[in-house]
Design a protein around this ligand. Structure first.
Ligand code: CP
Length: 321
């Protein structure tokens, strides 16, 4: 029986803690070859660098077979359905499919089709979810507070930029409800989230970055999701709005607490949502390198959790037993 990871909201606090503990173990103790011989496939219908490569690396660290499904040269282009594609992969004993697609609801539909015979892991869906991004961000925050769960759940996190078209923002709204930390969604009306977070006392909105920055432990910037702008939405206007919320080193030094960190899920448009002064992989203000590093570990944890194969884990982690 296999588990799927389709939505952030479907997780509970215990599962998030379990996934963070598994990922931390992988980072601290090295990469156990716990899924040797199992097979997964990456199906990316949208561009990706971090998510795709970190899933592939995570699977390789665990000695899985990894199939990189090339959408453009696949038989989907000849009219084959998603369902037949999954049947074909299952006939080849693929056990997990890591899927990114622009269509909201596709992952749920396919989960309904495969049930527990195949793990479907959401690597980004429409504007609604990106669970492993939210989890790797949670892991990054957990390490920021020295693995102290109470401190983690008491953080105040701001997300600023294009919240309306961002699956990362949606995933973080769901995660904040689970973790209970304070989340402030900072954007003008045009870019504000389409969710209604007001029913949750720990989630608030603001249209002023300067007024919000002093209360934040972490501020996460989001790029303009140009590829998801709707008809009638002006790209130039939206771009100007994101630029007006740009996080710069000077802004951080003037308004943020000295320890306040900057995060970004990537890809970054330097000079738009983040100032060039914050670039550089050793910049002490930023956590982007840690986010990417933690992405590999959290995706190892996600694969292990979904494929749920304790016999193999035990045998490979403890070869002497
Ligand atoms: N954060 C994120 O999903 O990055 P990629 O699009 O590069 O995978």
């Amino acid at each position: 029986m296999k588990k799927s990871l389709i939505s952030t909201a479907s997780l509970d606090l215990e599962t998030v803690k379990h996934l963070m503990a598994l990922a931390t173990e992988r980072l601290d103790e090295g990469y156990a070859t716990s899924l040797r011989g199992h097979t997964c496939a990456t199906l990316f219908f949208e561009p990706s660098t971090r998510t795709r490569l970190s899933f592939e690396l995570a699977a390789q660290h665990m000695e899985m077979n990894v199939l990189n499904f090339n959408v453009k040269t696949s038989s989907l282009t000849k009219g084959e359905s998603f369902e037949d594609t999954l049947d074909t992969l299952m006939a080849m004993e693929v056990e997990a499919v890591i899927l990114r697609h622009k269509e909201d609801g596709l992952h749920e539909r396919l989960l309904g089709y495969v049930g527990d015979e195949l793990s479907i892991i959401n690597a980004g869906s429409g504007v609604t979810d990106h669970p492993t991004q939210a989890l790797l961000d949670a892991l990054t925050l957990y390490h920021l507070v020295d693995d102290d769960m109470d401190r983690l759940c008491n953080l105040t996190i701001g997300i600023v930029g294009d919240l309306r078209h961002s699956r990362v923002a949606s995933a973080h709204i769901a995660l904040a409800k689970i973790m209970g930390w304070n989340l402030v969604l900072i954007a003008p009306d045009e870019l504000q989230t389409f969710h209604d977070p007001t029913e949750h006392s720990n989630i608030n909105t603001s249209d002023s970055l300067k007024e919000t920055l002093p209360q934040l432990d972490v501020v996460m910037a989001l790029r303009l999701q140009k590829e998801r702008l709707g008809e009638g939405e002006s790209c130039e206007k939206a771009q100007a709005l994101v630029e007006s919320l740009q996080i710069t080193e000077a802004l951080m030094n003037s308004y943020a607490q000295p320890e306040c960190k900057v995060m970004h899920p990537g890809p970054i448009n330097w000079g738009v949502e983040l100032g060039h002064c914050l670039s550089g992989r050793h910049n002490p203000r930023t956590l982007m390198q840690q986010q990417v590093r933690n992405g590999v570990a959290i995706r190892m944890a996600a694969l292990e959790w979904c494929l749920n194969n304790p016999e193999v884990v035990e045998e490979d982690v403890n070869p002497a037993l």
